[in-house]
Design a binder for this molecule. Structure first.
Ligand SMILES: C[S@@+](CC[C@H](N)C(=O)[O-])C[C@H]1O[C@@H](n2cnc3c(N)ncnc32)[C@H](O)[C@@H]1O
Length: 439
């Protein structure tokens, strides 16, 4: 990478980290900044990588920054820059690379922060980032080694046992999945003729026609993405829709629908016949839903901007999909910022919201209709506990067995629900449950 490109990469990553600190997601921050400054667009992949690595390693980076600048109260403006500087230097190879990275950092640092940056640059290389304090507990040590909050490590130890928990916490990337979109491929799941030359970049998932593991970069498929021929979606998210058993001609309510991955998958299973009402409260994410559903040729979905806890939707539905916001403990690898927000309070807050969505949806389920509830969280409070509480107060619903050949049974006795784990299944960490209204 040239010196100019390095400066642009650092500049974009620094700005993106500041947006993430204000609540944006990693990808939307990069996308928004690259769109508003076209000079930065050609380094957006490198910048996203740098942002993700910096957020993944945030705990260790913060220790180094604190040691170098002990008397600083690190403000929201400076901390992202200092974390970024530390990450870059920690991964520098040789003196020339160190100098190049230092120059790149100086180029983007506001002049008032330069003296502190110099102190930091002077101390990073002498630091052992993996020094474990002698007083650390076992969970604290694993937390430092795997870059997770200690409370999450303790939680995983309790849930899975120490050795399996370490496997889960040490899995820092999973494969990416890509699927042929039959709605734009004359109803077929076979590889479109135009894309056959890229067959070597794909490995079939034998259980599901049209689903592939992607070996390499999605950018090689960009022309086909713009024609709507492919959809990128984690396999677990696809399996959640499959578990709901959507059929052509059915009416489906898709709650918490943006940015539309599940809406599009629903329309594919339904062969664009029937009706989908997709609800999400975020105007901007519903703009992304509109782009995605239009790209993928979805003809049967209607967008509704509204609160899933107070639904202003009429009629009844054969299937209601609830894909609520959650702590994201199953997708920390792709959204590392989320792991540093995890707390008992946040777990409680999400679980209560999820319960409200389930209760609000119930009156809209048709006779013998289904609720498909799923999250990309591993925490029992957001999964089995939500389902158990729901079943206690809705005796007319029962759990249906699903996806027997995938993943593992649900926990806490809910063995007909399914769980998928990154270290066992090479997917996002996911929970999937199907409940049917009975007589
Ligand atoms: C896990 S994401 C949904 C992903 C989507 N189903 C898909 O497959 O692309 C959760 C969504 O819930 C939405 N959300 C959060 N609180 C909500 C609420 N009270 N009412 C409706 N939507 C909400 C967020 O805007 C976000 O888009």
């Amino acid at each position: 990478m040239s010196g100019a490109d390095l400066s642009s990469t650092v500049k974009l990553a620094y700005r993106a980290l500041r947006l993430v600190a204000k609540g944006a997601s990693e990808r939307s921050a990069i996308q928004q900044l690259a769109t508003s400054d076209p000079n930065l667009a050609n380094v957006k992949h490198e910048s996203l990588d740098l942002v993700l690595t910096t957020l993944r390693n945030q705990d260790v980076l913060d220790r180094i920054v604190q040691d170098a600048l002990p008397n600083e109260i690190l403000a929201a403006k400076t901390l992202p820059l200092f974390r970024l500087a530390t990450q870059l230097l920690m991964k520098a190879h040789g003196k020339d690379d160190v100098r190049r990275k230092e120059r790149g950092l100086r180029n983007v640092t506001p002049v008032e922060y330069l003296p502190r940056l110099e102190i930091l640059l002077g101390s990073v290389l002498g630091h052992d980032p993996y020094r474990i304090p002698s007083t650390a507990t076992d969970a604290e040590r694993v937390a430092l080694e795997t870059h997770h909050p200690a409370l999450w490590v303790e939680y995983c130890f309790r849930l899975l046992g120490r050795s399996e928990a370490i496997k889960l916490l040490s899995t820092d990337s999973r494969p990416r999945y890509i699927r042929v979109n039959p709605l734009m491929n004359r109803g077929r799941t076979t590889l479109p003729a135009q894309a056959k030359r890229l067959a070597g970049k794909l490995t079939r998932v034998p259980s599901d026609p049209g689903v592939y593991l992607l070996n390499g970069s999605p950018s090689e498929f960009s022309a086909f993405f713009s024609q709507g021929l492919f959809q990128m979606q984690d396999f677990a998210s696809y399996l959640a829709v499959k578990a709901g058993g959507p059929e052509p001609g059915e009416t489906v309510l898709d709650l918490c629908a943006a940015p539309g991955a599940k809406t599009a998958t629903l329309a594919q299973f339904m062969k664009n016949r029937g009706k989908i009402v997709s609800v999400d409260y975020s105007q901007s994410r519903m703009e992304a839903w509109k782009r995605e559903t239009s790209r993928l040729g979805v003809k049967i979905a209607e967008p509704v901007i509204g609160d899933a806890a107070r639904l202003a939707v009429h009629g009844t539905f054969d299937l209601i999909i609830i894909d609520p916001p959650c702590t994201g403990t199953g997708v920390f690898d792709m959204n590392p910022r989320m792991k540093w927000h995890l707390s008992p309070k946040s777990l409680e807050r999400y679980a209560s919201l999820q319960q409200q969505f389930m209760d609000a949806a119930t009156p809209l389920v048709a006779e013998e209709g289904r609720i498909l509830y799923c999250t990309c969280s591993i925490a029992v409070e957001e999964n089995e506990q939500v389902v158990s509480t729901f079943l206690k107060s809705h005796a007319d619903f029962e759990i249906c067995p699903i996806l027997g050949e995938y993943g593992s049974p649900g926990l806490k006795g809910l063995t007909d629900c399914r769980r998928l784990f990154p270290h066992r299944d090479r997917t996002a960490g996911y929970f999937i449950s199907l409940m049917q209204r009975t007589n």
